[in-house]
Design a protein. Structure first.
Length: 296
């Protein structure tokens, strides 16, 4: 069940270069299309758009509430709900969301960026990829990085590519303080965190990639989560989390505090935020699902 479109975050990536089997890289959209076709070949039914809003335990069943649809009951559930981008903490940023301020790489906007200056906020791999992608269309790309170096969070191959790009500029220790405009974004106010000085810049396109948070509120009270809302599994579960654990066996490595409910990928506490890790954990979980079903 998928709330938006199959592919998740990976589907929004302009170029994935570190996934096994694609030495020249491929676009996230291409990877998502291939994955859907492959899953359907194996008989997977993909229900989309279906937003899951609740999980409850009824005996052997794990019952999912679906927005606007009847409940669905299953013996096992694999949570792979990932993360979504945090809102830009700048004055009036929300007023311009979709009107100059975008979350993630809104690739449909690339053509409109021709001849413009594009601002990218963030310093992770996704921000780096977006900077290189928009550099193909925009007159100039400015990366706004709060920290003191690009290397802290970004893979070195992307840092090297960015340094080679003439029209990508990196402003370290800079933050967006405010967004301004009438109907669309026209200006941003930047703060140089080293000096505290603020400056106003004309800006019509700003893409934000600052931190991502899991969307797991609907699991509260049923599935144990860490302080940031990521789902705990296996030996991350403490005695308090396992107070209601009804089985003789301990939870499997990717199993939550609810027997038969697993969590994989970015939504899992302390996960490595990569496509290969999410796919790998999903594949490992299949064997635990079989073991759980065999024990029913
Ligand atoms: C722009 C960008 C570029 C990236 N580039 C790379 C890269 O080059 N290499 C790499 O390895 N990784 C990359 N990543 C990271 C990678 O995409 C993620 O690690 C990976 O997609 C995690 O997969 P996931 O299935 O755990 O979660 P997600 O990709 O976040 O997918 C979760 C899915 O669950 C759906 N969902 C959430 N809640 C619900 C609900 N309640 N009901 C129904 N559906 C729901 C969402 O709509 C979403 O489709 C990139 C990420 C971004 C954003």
């Amino acid at each position: 069940m998928e709330g938006e479109a199959p592919g998740g975050q990976a589907g929004t990536s302009s170029r994935i270069e570190n996934y096994l089997g694609f030495p020249s890289g491929l676009s996230g959209g291409d990877l998502a299309r291939r994955a859907v076709a492959q899953a359907q070949k194996f008989g997977v039914e993909i229900l989309t758009p279906r937003v899951v809003t609740g999980l409850r335990v009824e005996g052997q069943y794990r019952v999912l509430s679906i927005d606007g649809e009847p409940d669905v009951a299953a013996h096992t559930v694999v949570l792979s709900t990932g993360v979504s981008w945090q809102k830009l903490p700048a004055r009036d940023a929300e007023r311009f969301s979709g009107k100059g301020v975008y979350y993630g790489a809104a690739r449909s906007e690339a053509v409109s960026c021709a001849g413009e200056v594009v601002y990218i906020v963030g310093a992770g791999n996704s921000a780096g990829q977006a900077a290189l992608y928009f550099a193909q269309y925009a007159r100039h790309v400015v990366m706004l990085v709060r920290g003191a170096s690009l290397e802290a969070k970004m893979s070195q191959y992307l840092v090297d590519q960015i340094r080679r790009e003439d029209h990508v500029e990196v402003l370290l220790r800079h933050e967006v303080m405010a967004c301004r405009g009438e109907d669309r974004l026209d200006e941003i106010v930047l703060k140089d965190c080293a000096t505290g000085e603020e400056s106003v810049h004309e800006a019509h396109f700003l893409f934000s990639f600052i931190g991502a948070a899991p969307r797991t509120d609907w699991l509260g009270g049923v599935v144990a989560r860490d302080a940031r809302g990521f789902v705990k599994v296996g030996d991350q579960l403490g005695p308090d989390d396992l107070r209601g654990w009804p089985l003789e066996r301990a939870p499997y490595p990717l199993e939550t505090n609810v027997p038969g409910v697993f969590a994989v990928g970015d939504v899992r506490s302390t996960s490595v935020k990569r496509v290969a890790s999410a796919v790998g954990e999903g594949s490992v979980t299949v064997s635990f699902v079989h073991q759980h079903l065999a024990g029913l």
